[in-house]
Design a protein around this ligand. Structure first.
Ligand code: IPE
Ligand code: IPE
Ligand code: MG
Length: 251
């Protein structure tokens, strides 16, 4: 008779640091390049190259959801040459990195208003999502043409449309609470981020996940995004485990 073996949960076990959902504002590409007397484009290239590497480091660290801020609704206001480069880098990422991410069990989703992207880029997004749909090692949300204000407005519009078309009756609308409303937001039923890291030294949200950050912890580092790696990630995660989260209750 064989003994019942304990289940080996591997990296899926609750990690010691306690971060399940991590959000990152990937900032500082230009200053990284400037410090090296390199052109701005080189900073964006180095930054884009770092996305898959950090996603894999997060999976290794036991994080289950990673939400990355790649392009904000305000970033369209940059010079068109720079915007075009950022679009090309997104294309490359969706084409070249997706197989490796798929092999690692990453489920990729793009959050944000996609309608402004070129149709081939929208197709690449759909393809990457379809290919990785069944994966469950890490959920990777790429926020592109995303803004926290946009997200709340689009959620409100969805609710209004459901009421207007009779799919949501007035009594249900009257009972709608915060959790019900949150289902219409881009992150839907996913748990809110436990920790948000912003690289590049600035200490602001820049219109990222406004609703979802209600009780998220923040970690600001001077490290520029292209230099962010496994070690800087480990540092951020270890400070999180020392935080006392109170959620408004008595400590
Ligand atoms: C972050 O790097 C990339 C995006 C916002 C798309 P930046 O280009 O903002 O670099 P810094 O912050 O000016 O150094
Ligand atoms: C925030 O960085 C947006 C992304 C990282 C995609 P920005 O460089 O656009 O933010 P600000 O302008 O310094 O606030
Ligand atoms: Mg910046």
């Amino acid at each position: 008779m064989s003994e019942i073996q304990p289940i080996d949960r591997g990296v899926a076990a609750e990690p010691d640091h306690g971060v399940k959902h991590l959000a990152i504002i990937m900032d500082g590409n230009h200053r990284w390049a400037k410090a090296r007397h390199m052109p701005r484009a080189a900073g964006h290239r180095a930054g884009a190259k770092n996305v898959a590497a950090v996603a894999e480091a997060c999976a290794d660290a036991g994080i289950t959801t990673l939400t990355l801020f790649a392009f904000s609704t305000e970033n369209w206001e940059r010079p068109s040459r720079e915007v075009n480069l950022l679009m090309d880098l997104m294309r490359n990422m969706l084409k070249n990195d997706v197989d490796e991410l798929n092999d690692r069990g990453v489920k990729l989703s793009v959050i944000g208003d996609r309608s402004r992207f070129a149709s081939d880029l929208q197709m690449d997004m759909n393809r990457a999502e379809a290919l990785t749909r069944e994966n469950d090692a890490l959920r990777l949300n790429i926020a592109a043409n995303f803004g926290g204000r946009w997200d709340i407005v689009q959620a409100a519009k969805k609710v209004a449309l459901e009421v207007a078309t009779g799919r949501l009756d007035e009594a249900t609308l009257a009972r709608m609470d915060e959790a019900d409303f949150a289902k219409y937001l881009s992150l839907g039923t996913l748990d809110e981020p436990d920790l948000c890291i912003r690289t590049g030294g600035d200490q602001r949200i820049s219109n990222f996940l406004l609703w979802d950050f209600a009780y998220t912890e923040f970690y600001f580092t001077d490290t520029y995004w292209p230099d962010f790696n496994q070690d800087t990630l480990a540092e951020a995660l270890s400070t999180f485990s020392e935080r006392q989260r109170r959620f408004g209750r008595r400590g």
